[in-house]
Design a protein around this ligand. Sequence first.
Ligand code: 13P
Length: 252
Amino acid sequence: MRKKIIAGNWKMNKVLSEADQFIEEVVGKTPNDDKVEAIICAPFIFLSSLVEKAKGSNVKIGAQNMHYEENGAFTGEVSPVMLKDLGVTHVVIGHSERREYFAETDELVNKKAHAAFKHELTPIVCVGETLEQREANETMNHVENQVTKALTELTDDQVANTIIAYEPIWAIGTGKTASSEDANEVCTHIRNVIKNITNESTAEKVVIQYGGSVKPANVDELLAQSDIDGALVGGASLEPASFLTLVEAGTK
Ligand code: 13P
């Protein structure tokens, strides 16, 4: 039985005092249940404080991006070594906003996935199609291509420990959610792609999240699907009460 993983992706929101207030309100209130894991993926400058405040709780702290190199002349970048040293456990890789606005490619996503495992960080690898691709019936091929490239030359064990977030771009921040059946169909396809790259037992272990306008009102239906094992949540992860409701849904 796969664990449900609910991850908040705060994107470029909050200031430090607001981040601290959020974590103080959430710590101790997440369910103490092996069935669900809660992660907050925050801007780099909040990570140190959030890790400190979340210590001893079951809330994990993740980054939203990183460079794949360990150190060097890469002005403005943050390395996996730095994240690991802080106590960060997860890192979002290849979010569609990074692919679109910062020209991240599948090859870069793959390098970052390798770097994450090298430094014992769990990558949350994002994939998903645009509205044009969905309307042209290219969703399955596009997602297959992204998943295959992102996972290139990872070991089966690393693949099993990768979190994949299927986020249809047209559903992000728009209030439009993919129907739970449509979302599940793509997540099932992703699991089959992983099975073809590795094997059935590895594919069965991979946590596949759905992301795109997930909120308390639709989370139960999404999590009830056979191949949706959690959610990567933007807007609805910014308020403690809403985030806690989403995490609680993972215990059902
Ligand atoms: P929203 O939940 O705000 O649609 O954002 C989804 C997302 O991009 C999470 O990574």
